[in-house]
Design a protein around this ligand. Structure first.
Ligand SMILES: [Zn+2]
Length: 286
């Protein structure tokens, strides 16, 4: 009888131990925090002559575009992708490029970050698709983040004459004090393949796009300005002001092959119609 009780207790102990081990394993599995992607409206762009983006067609046609920027919260840190138009433009905005564009900001990025309790100084990495002013507008907020930039973009943006590449150096001047990681290719930011900066040059000397792989929402590529709207993706049109047409077409081909291989969605950052169907901060994707 004593032996039987002892055996029962041993069995019970084994059961409890197994349950504890299982729950420990389960805790380990679920303790990996899912990566989250926040989308912000970082400005509005009215194009007064669309043919700038579609050489040979759409002369004089007016088109509204949006200007998106993004926050990726990964368990190993936070990456901000593109910084939109400068908050100070406000809802009235200004004309730019001899009146070819009208630029405005309805809701400041700083307000949108406050809303989700994130300070620019909390951001570990700053990825900027390219250094045109509608992507570097609020870059000076992120001096405490490590900037990740392609070699050619760095040379153009921080060289003798950034205006030659169409860059407005004042919009990112404080970043020269930042930690800067210069790359010539792709970079797996957190080392697990879920957040990867991909070289896609041509729009500017060192243009890049961002791949984000989310547990529930799946793989997404953020376009930078590889395309500005869906119709240009369909027709593979290259805007007249791109740095290099051949490189742009090559980048389009490479990124499309990557999108197909990953079965990813391509989110076109300036595409107003596409962005209407995308949920914006404080909601997020994970
Ligand atoms: Zn742009």
């Amino acid at each position: 009888m004593k032996k039987q009780i002892h055996s029962n207790i041993t069995q019970l102990c084994t059961l409890i131990l197994s349950a504890l081990l299982l729950s420990a394993c389960a805790t380990t599995t679920y303790s990996k925090k899912a990566t989250q992607l926040y989308v912000f409206n970082c400005g509005n762009i009215e194009v007064r002559d669309l043919s700038i983006f579609t050489p040979g067609t759409n002369t004089g046609k007016v088109k509204q575009m949006t200007d998106s920027c993004y926050l990726i919260k990964h368990e190993k840190g936070m990456l901000f992708w593109d910084t939109g138009l400068n908050d100070s433009l406000g809802p009235k905005g200004v004309d730019a490029w001899e009146g070819k564009f009208h630029l405005s900001v309805s809701n400041p990025l700083s307000t949108q970050l406050n809303e989700i309790n994130v300070k620019p100084s909390d951001i570990d990495f700053l990825g900027i698709s390219h250094f045109h002013g509608d992507h570097t507008g609020n870059a000076n907020l992120f001096t405490q983040s490590a900037l990740i930039i392609q070699q050619e973009e760095y040379d153009a943006a921080f060289g003798d004459d950034p205006s030659k590449a169409g860059f407005d150096a004042s919009s990112y001047k404080d970043l020269d004090k930042s930690k800067i990681k210069i790359i010539s290719g792709d970079l797996d930011v957190f080392g697990d393949g879920t957040v990867v900066i991909k070289r896609a040059i041509g729009h500017t000397p060192g243009h890049q796009v961002l791949f984000v792989d989310l547990d529930e929402s799946g793989p997404i590529v953020l376009s930078g300005d590889l395309y500005h709207f869906t119709d240009n993706r369909t027709h593979k049109r290259v805007p007249s002001f791109n740095f290099d047409k051949g490189q742009t077409l090559e980048a389009m081909e490479q990124i499309e092959a990557f999108v197909n291989q990953k079965k990813a969605r391509l989110w076109i950052q300036h595409d107003l119609e596409q962005n209407k169907a995308i949920k914006h901060s404080p909601a997020y994707y994970q």
